[in-house]
Design a protein around this ligand. Structure first.
Ligand code: PLP
Length: 388
């Protein structure tokens, strides 16, 4: 069989590979603390589950439109717009099976072969994979640890060429837990307007943010709504990773193309998911607040625990549920350290290079796990690392 160069080029998410290694050790009887997985350990709020069950019981089991029904788009547009201080009309929004499809849909719609997309790195690996998949070139700019894992606007300006079409932003950030400030985004918006760039703004962790901070969207800045593709969804804030339910907000002409892509690939989201989305945006938000408060408690714990390990230095994340300690002092590659911690300490984490070469020298721990597991995990990590 001859495979196309296109599918041979496609990347993946290494977290699933580390999970498979950890599961194999568990099968052999080893006890593993899972700090590799990027999903909340909480259950989906009951009122959301009830709404989906009721939809099924009413017989909502048939095709729906590619964008999702008008009342649902209305409600989600109103919700997403209120959070960001922008008006979003129902023809500028589309529900998706997870937030993720917005990445490939954007690249398929905006990038020709040879075009360039700027990605601050380390980064969620699907960005680079999607850019390469469509034959475009990633232009990588560094997130600087000394700058709380934000990029320097001058690095961004220097990376722009006549071929640049797209800039990919992610705030709060996976894997670094950093957030872009309003000032950062004002400067980025000026560059986007000056060089006629589109911006894919991945805000999937917008509600998972700490210390009373509020996520700020580039979309809300003057002249940026028409340049922004927003990626958001229910996976993280409502503990709904397995439902596959997200959305994108983009200019109408792009949403029309995304709808055609959907019709060619999967037709529409599962219809009872629409009622779940309505319940999530219209229902009580207490569970989100409680979950975020718990994540903040865990963040405080793991930040201190990691900094108490000899040889580890670690910034305090402001959002998402990941922490990205610097482990360069151990003189091993981050992949070797990941394997060492998995085999010797029974702790699964991700090597920084799962997020590209720029992640060398770092590990990513997810603190979307119980306090008991985090305490046990950190005890094991400290003992194992201090033995090196
Ligand atoms: N964007 C980032 C930065 C993520 O970390 C993830 C999931 O881990 C996604 C997008 C995809 O979210 P979803 O599960 O809703 O497709």
């Amino acid at each position: 069989m001859r495979l196309t160069q296109r599918v041979l080029n496609i990347g993946t998410e290494t977290s699933f590979e580390v999970l498979a290694l950890a599961r194999e050790l568990e099968r052999q009887g080893k006890n593993i603390v899972h700090l590799e997985i990027g999903e909340p350990d909480f259950d989906t709020p009951a009122h959301i589950k009830e709404a989906a069950k009721a939809a099924l019981d009413r017989g909502e089991t048939h095709y729906t439109t590619a964008l999702a029904s008008l009342p649902v788009r209305h409600a989600v547009a109103e919700f997403a717009g209120r959070q960001r201080g922008v008006e979003i009309s129902p023809d500028e929004i589309m529900l998706l099976p997870g937030g993720k499809p917005a990445i490939l849909m954007t690249c398929l719609s905006l990038l020709e072969a040879g075009d360039e997309a700027i990605i601050p790195v380390p980064a969620y690996p699907i960005y680079e994979s999607a850019v390469r998949f469509v034959g475009a070139k990633p232009a990588l700019i560094p997130l600087r640890e000394e700058n709380d894992f934000r990029f320097e606007v001058k690095d961004l300006a220097a990376a722009i060429t006549p071929h640049t079409r797209l800039l990919i932003l992610n705030s709060p950030h996976n894997p670094c837990g950093s957030i872009l400030t309003r000032e950062d985004l004002v400067a980025v918006a000026e560059l986007a307007k000056k060089h006629d760039l589109m911006v894919l703004s991945d805000e999937i962790y917008a509600q998972v943010i700490y210390d009373g901070l509020k996520s700020f969207s580039i979309m809300s800045l003057d002249g940026m709504k028409e340049r922004t593709i927003l990626l958001d969804g229910f996976s993280k804030a409502y503990a709904m990773t397995g439902w596959r339910l997200g959305f994108t907000v983009a200019p109408k002409i792009l949403i029309e193309r995304f709808a055609k892509l959907a019709i060619n690939i999967y037709s529409c989201i599962s219809v009872f998911n629409q009622d779940a989305a309505l319940a999530a945006v219209r229902g009580p938000q207490d569970s989100v607040k409680e979950m975020v408060a718990e994540f903040q408690r865990r963040r405080d714990f793991i930040h201190q625990a990691l900094n108490n390990i000899r040889g580890v230095v670690c910034r305090k994340p402001s959002g998402a549920f990941y922490i990205f300690p610097n482990v360069k002092s151990f003189g091993k590659s981050s992949k070797e350290l990941m394997q060492y911690l998995l085999n010797e300490a029974g702790v699964a984490c991700l090597h920084g290079t799962a997020f590209g070469q720029a992640g060398e020298g770092y590990l990513r721990f997810s603190y979307a796990n119980s306090m008991d597991k985090l305490e046990e995990g950190m005890r094991r990590v400290k003992t194992a690392l201090e033995r090196i």
